[in-house]
Design a protein around this ligand. Structure first.
Ligand SMILES: [Cu+2]
Length: 226
């Protein structure tokens, strides 16, 4: 008798949890700004991860300053981005990675530094996010949409924003070639380019909270059927 009484009660709690989560999508959202570490993180807690580009003779090099792998985090329910940053709504995002020039880069006359996408996880999106998530000139225009796409780097510290809609993988990556380019983005002969791969991991919480609710509901349902 004890178990027969409590099983339906627990089932209704699980259903209530799911209904509450669903109802949140219909509520009025609070506008907020993108944060370096994604989600609603404090910028002070999530350092910049610089991709340091340097030159030795005619050879370019690129390496990340730390081995920290940025985490893609979505906004919690009840928050949203406005204006240009609204492209990030519903995406787990991060802009800790930033291109940064080391002293001694000597751009050939008439050239610039171009960064070409060589490969990426198909679901990984990139947006021209400016140094601090749109507050310093970024317009969140999609960049590096297709393999082979180039993005012209000014040489100033640039933190583009990365995002994935409803992440399903344990990690995401993008591989780039950094090279001296002419006005047509063709490589200027006589120089050696640098390749760099950026890695990301998604925060599991947003997905697992929902999955947990569904799993709980399924478990209770099968318990009742048994
Ligand atoms: Cu930076």
């Amino acid at each position: 008798m004890y178990h027969r009484f409590f099983r339906p009660v627990k089932t209704s709690i699980a259903i209530a949890m799911l209904l509450t989560a669903t109802a949140c999508y219909g509520a009025i959202d609070i506008a907020t700004m993108p944060r370096r570490g994604g989600g609603l993180t404090d910028n002070n807690d999530f350092p910049m991860v610089h991709i340091m580009v340097s030159q030795s003779g005619t050879t370019l090099s690129a390496m990340t300053g730390t081995h920290l792998t940025p985490t893609l985090r979505a906004l919690p329910n009840g928050y949203m981005f406005m204006g240009d940053a609204s492209v990030l709504n519903n995406q787990a995002y991060n802009f800790q990675y930033g291109w940064s020039a080391m002293a001694g880069i000597d751009v050939p006359a008439g050239g610039h530094v171009s960064i070409k996408l060589l490969d990426k996880s198909p679901a990984l999106n990139a947006f021209a996010g400016g140094a601090y998530g749109g507050m310093m000139g970024g317009d969140y225009a999609p960049i590096w949409t297709n393999i082979g796409d180039t993005w012209d780097w000014s040489g100033a510290m640039s933190h583009n924003t990365y995002g994935v809609l409803n992440p399903t993988q344990n990690n995401y990556f993008a591989t780039y070639e950094v090279y001296f380019a002419d006005v047509n983005d063709n490589a200027i002969p006589g120089y050696t380019s640098a390749n760099i791969t950026l890695n990301f991991v998604p925060e599991p919480m947003t997905l697992s909270m929902f999955a947990f609710g569904v799993a709980l509901l399924k478990r209770r349902r099968s318990a009742i059927m048994a």
